[in-house]
Design a binder for this molecule. Structure first.
Ligand SMILES: [Mn+2]
Length: 323
């Protein structure tokens, strides 16, 4: 691992142009780690990197320092070949969607991730599936480089840790998570401020949309399974943005009897995006049936069927897995 950290350093030192890439439906880990690395590339190497998101950028993380740095693929110089592209928290290349060609066209491609389904698609792969989030991997890297991080960088790393551990409560909340978070707090990060900015700053229609989806959920198998469906017309009714679905599945899982919870969201092209959470069941075998991926207790897939058909297929699959 340590050799990889040095190799990453060499690659950044040699590169004239650098792009940092986040996955589609960006979360706090992929965005926080992207900006954290951007800060360090500036602070440590005095270089400017482009931070680029795939798909659309949620308002949820607007509180992050330098959030305005994020650009869409369309805002970049078209056809530009970067010396170095670094994907952060991107489990598989297809999650780069409209930014995939930026990664593929780069001279050197680096993949920094913690998903155990990551096959190592980069020229250099820094993958630690035991790490709770990419932010933790980056913290280790910066430590190995003996770089003293700034408060801005620390706040981005903190968001990465806070969001991927569900605010320090998921199974991935290891001693390392607390030890690293403690060091970030020592740097000046305020846990209560970051929490409020991230979790208690929802627009009203988001709260109402989430309540609506939760109240229309259904339970199966003596309450072991909870599923909720979101159609495009639900989205329109509440003028919901993509990020409005975040956190709903965790509420479904919070029911005492629930072992597996899921939300199925109709996509613009009429397919179905599935997000699953479990308490103890390994979800990978379920999402693998639909070419999905993720983590043991938090995984997802896209089923190329209309939402009602996908719903039945998924329910069948979960029921056969629960037996
Ligand atoms: Mn992550």
């Amino acid at each position: 691992m340590e050799n990889n950290f040095l190799e990453l350093r060499n690659c950044i030192e040699k590169a004239q142009s650098i792009v940092l890439l986040s996955h589609v439906n960006p979360d706090g880990d992929t965005l926080g780690s992207n900006l954290a690395l951007n800060f360090v590339i500036k602070e440590c190497f005095n270089k400017k990197a482009d931070s680029v998101y795939a798909g659309s950028l949620p308002d949820t993380y607007k509180y992050l320092p330098a959030y305005g740095l994020f650009k869409s693929a369309e805002e970049l110089e078209q056809g530009k070949k970067y010396d170095l592209a670094i994907a952060l928290d991107v489990a598989s290349k297809d999650r780069l969607v409209n930014t995939l060609n930026i990664f593929d066209n780069a001279k050197i491609k680096i993949n920094i991730d913690h998903h155990k389904t990551n096959i190592g698609y980069g020229d250099l792969n820094i993958i630690d599936s035991d790490a709770a989030c990419v932010g933790l991997i980056l913290y280790k890297i910066f430590e190995a480089w003996k770089h003293k991080i700034s408060l801005d960088c620390a706040r981005c790393l903190y968001t990465s840790i806070m969001t991927d551990t569900g605010n320090f409560k998921y199974e991935n909340t290891t001693p390392e998570v607390f030890l690293t978070a403690a060091k970030l707090v020592e740097t000046g990060v305020s846990p209560s401020k970051e929490y409020r900015a991230c979790y208690e700053s929802k627009p009203q229609n988001m709260v109402q949309f989430q309540s609506y989806v939760i109240s229309s959920s259904k339970f199966y198998n003596n309450g072991k399974i909870a599923l909720a469906k979101i159609t495009n017309s639900d989205m329109e009714k509440f003028q919901a943005k993509d990020e409005f679905t975040e956190g709903i599945v965790e509420v479904l899982r919070s029911s005492k009897t629930v072992e597996i919870a899921g939300i199925l969201k109709e996509t613009k092209d009429g397919y179905t995006k599935v997000s699953l959470r479990s308490k103890t069941y390994d979800l990978i075998p379920i999402v693998s049936k639909f070419n999905g991926g993720g983590h043991t207790f938090a995984a997802g897939c896209t089923i190329k069927k209309p939402v009602d058909i996908a719903y039945n297929k998924l329910l069948e699959q979960i029921q056969s897995e629960l037996k």
